[in-house]
Design a binder for this molecule. Sequence first.
Ligand SMILES: *Cc1c(COP(=O)(O)O)cnc(C)c1O
Length: 410
Amino acid sequence: MSESEADVPRVFRPARALPTDVVRPTRAVVDLDSLRHNLHLLRGAAPGVAIWGVVKADAYGHGAKAVARTLERAGIDGLCVALVEEGVELREAGVTAPILVMGGYYGNAYSELVHHRLTVVLQSEGELEALADAVRRSDGAPLEAHLKVDTGMGRLGERRENWDRWAARLRDRPEIIFDGLMTHLATADRPSTGNAPEQLRNFEEATAIFKRHGLVPRARHAENSAALLGDHPHYDLARPGILLYGVSPFSDGELPASEASRALLRRLRPAMSVKSRIVSLRVLDAGDPVGYGSAFRARRRSLIATVPMGYADGLSRALSNNGELLVRGRRAPIAGVVSMDMTMIDVTDIPGAALGDEVTLLGGRAAPDSGEGTHAFEIGATELAARAGTIPWEILTNISRRVPRFYRGA
Ligand SMILES: *Cc1c(COP(=O)(O)O)cnc(C)c1O
């Protein structure tokens, strides 16, 4: 191995089956027009604010390359990922927009960051030196970095007592351009009770400390999706994720204060639906069991359908005897436990249910009189999350790599 190869650590990238490899009828369909529509809504809600779309975790399960390319063509200002690996994947796919690596772990991959012009988020004093070293060992051109301050999330970022010393050391580092000052809010999705106002006050204090050292970042940012719909003044840049995919960050009866923000939520278009087909159908007598543990028993003569989609595809086991799938525009309850590759549903009450029928786990258009937006899903990630006792982010990111993604819209 040559010296320069040793310098650039290998980064492994996620891979998944291609649509052309697909035999099984289980698939996710991602509507790229919906992504563009949602981006447009966010721009309208925050005019003049640079939108850096969050595409970590394979763009919340939607497929990072296709999503990033779509958003880039739609004029998004930048992208955010969690991992160096995710940033490299996008660069190798030809994405040229700025990419912020937020995850806080760079290992020995600083030279990889420099090589791919990925924008690093510095979390601590020591990382200043590591990045400056990597810059000096490359062509020496200064690299942009964002500094993260912990204003009350307690996860990443420099603690308050070190802000002053950190600023002083940044001033002595010509290798690093102070491109951004950022923080992350813990409770933006709970406007009625959260500590976001206190975090934002702390963020102002951090800004003032850097300014005393003559350091003014090109952009300040603190807003995720929920915060972007809050009623505080915006910063220069925002980092929405879940809203871009058409899903509300609010639950449990929480809603943003402003009517404009609530109207935006109603106009979102969920981008990903997940579908399969009935591959087996059987008539059971009253008392007959279904699935592992015989956790379901027919209470009457029943028509039970098998769908080739299980928890290994992202259909949560918490939906056992609990969730519903759509067949012929109607809801069919899950019968028994969700297994790894398959799920059974009770289609007794669905007229005409037949082998080969399409089954929807996520998606289906809501009825026009449902009170939801015209593009709302009949079964949305929010409903699945509530049933499974989790959050929509997890529902989306759990759609696993063995479910091929098909893309609609240019
Ligand atoms: C994931 C993430 C976001 C995006 O969050 P959403 O709630 O999906 O909008 C923004 N900032 C940071 C630091 C994140 O980790």
